[in-house]
Design a protein. Sequence first.
Length: 754
Amino acid sequence: MQGFLNLAWLLPVPPFLAFVAIILFLNRNKTVSSLTAIGGVLVSFILGWPIAFAVFTTPHFGEHPLYGELFTIPTGASELMIGFQVDPANALMIFMVTFLLLMIFIYSNGYMSFPPHLRKEDYPEAYAQGKDPRYSRFMAYISLFATGMLGLVVSNSLLTFFVFWEIMGLCSYLLIGFWFEKESAKKAAFKAFITTRIGDTIMFAGMMLLYMWSIDNTLVFEQALAPENMKHLSEMMVHVPILNFTTPAIALIAILIFFGTIGKSAQFPLHVWLPDAMEGPTPVSALIHAATMVSAGVFLIVRMYPLFYAAGEVAPGSMQFVAGIGAFTAFFATLIAIAQWDIKRVLAYSTIAQLGFMVAALGTGAYVAGFFHLLTHAFFKGLLFLGSGSVIHGVEHGFHHAHAHANGHGNGHHQDQHGHEDAHVHHGSHLIARADGVLDPHDPQDMRNMGGLLKRMPITGWTFIIGGLALAGFPFFTAGFWSKDEILASEWYTREWVIFWTLAITALLTAFYTARQITLTFLGQPRSEGAAHAPESVRSMTVPLILISPFVIGLGWFGIPASFPVLGSLFPNWIEHQLEPYIEYMEFKFPHPEFNVFVLLVSILVSLGGLALGYYVYRDGLPEGKIDPMRRWLGPVWWAMHRKFWVDEFYNYTVVALTRGAAKFMYWLDDVWVIDPIVDAIGRVSIWFAGVCARFDQYVIDGAVNAFAWISDRTGSLLRNTQNGQVQVYLMVVVVSLTIWLLLYALPLILTLV
């Protein structure tokens, strides 16, 4: 088995080779590019699941995790070791990530049809194929994205972890702005890149401090997270001059590294990029919000948990900060989700909130519960995002179908891959100003334009409902219930009352907006032509939905607490059983909450109560002209939620305005007032001085040199005639020389004597 596990470093290689092959050789053939991308991630899946199950079936594997070295990079006094790591924590991630990546890649093959915002006249070949003009590029980008996530999961050091972390950051920028013809997509990509870079920069500072202050100057997890290094960092006190206080080094490092999670997992106050990331294609949303990017932020805490645990032991405020950020983000994002109309934006804020659940759990020591929710959330949120993409696709084609028939063009139109006529006409939609937000009657993502889709799209509808029930924590039958209940039980057991009630209320509101989303989208009567004519999606989109659904239900049964009546003895907490040896090996602790009837009742009440309340409020849908009932009841509070509490506007008028003002000031300082004038003056003085030097050189230096040369030349010309080889000339020279000597020296001497 040891030899087989040594192949774990190969997991990111097939998607990377697919990326290279598509970019360099295959990009002209969309079909081959798609098959290559799917084939690359399929190889990783075929390799990854046996590795994961080998870890799962090896008793007490966590007591002896595998650390593999590939090569070292000399850095002067020390070396950087590059390798891989296999342990129960990343084995669970390998199990989840490889499967969801494969499903998303297959789904993408059907989803990336010709987009409606492009004109068919500009891309006739792509339109004829029914594919996005940059289809091959998309497949290359998501292959590189998969490379980043898989490389991050198997990394053995924080250095390589960060390298793959940044690869995902680059890919998120490229994919969010993939449809760069839209100004909103370009702005969203830039916003995501800059916002996450803020967190990454602070995280990098923490990495450097960890490297500098560690015993062996290393970022390899095996040494950096070793108990003796944790003790060393806990005992080291450092002074922070900016804030003028002294703290254990480990607390400062933990907080700085946590900012990487705040940025990547979109926690407050760096949460603003994630909803705008919906501008990318829906498979990108599934990649970012489920299997990869945002999960990586929470996995950073999971991977570095010995550091956070030790920091909490010597400086409890550091972990309270982590838990507080998570709980506040969960509640804050949930409030915003209640008042959104875009089906994907609801899920985006839901993702922010669920990540807050995980961060809050990890911040209060509930390592297993937080990690368990990370796994279950990846499956049900991946299902929901792929389902939302199928809904958008269906409604979009419904609008095109209705438009074609309304204009009497039932024949002669391009048949897309759905078998439906696709007019691809840019609707001149008339925006409607409403009290609950502006409505575009032809927006395929606005839930006010949906309704009745369960009959039109049954596979999409039922799988979406399964995912929604898991998100709402429907009792006993969904994975979301068990992972959320475990978090609430851990918070109650550790007496974190504020965190407990904040998360409980958040869970109630989550169930409410989930029922709102399901009711407005799938139940009732169609509220637009797009919904009335929406077709079911193609098999390449619906099959992944079907395959993910069993995990959304069954995965929860692997995390039932052993103390839970009846079910606990039938299905002991397998995930905790897998992680416990590794936790003991890393020498940190986590709570083992006993069964508590009150917590169970709270979990059931908030789930069923929220679902019932949401269905009751929206059971009649939204007939034409009727606004959201919550808008009428809550008034300005609802509007504040709908406008995301104006956080983006606040940043625009403060941070962005300050940055632009500073940039403009530096422009005037640099180009107009100080720096450029000084540089220009120095340049002018230098030019004048150079002219003076040139004249001095020309008339003095060069003049003297030229004079000496002229004299030498003339002297040489005269003397040259005396060296012609004739004896008589030499005699004449002797006679002349003697005569001159007599005239100059001898004659004056004789005259003096006389």
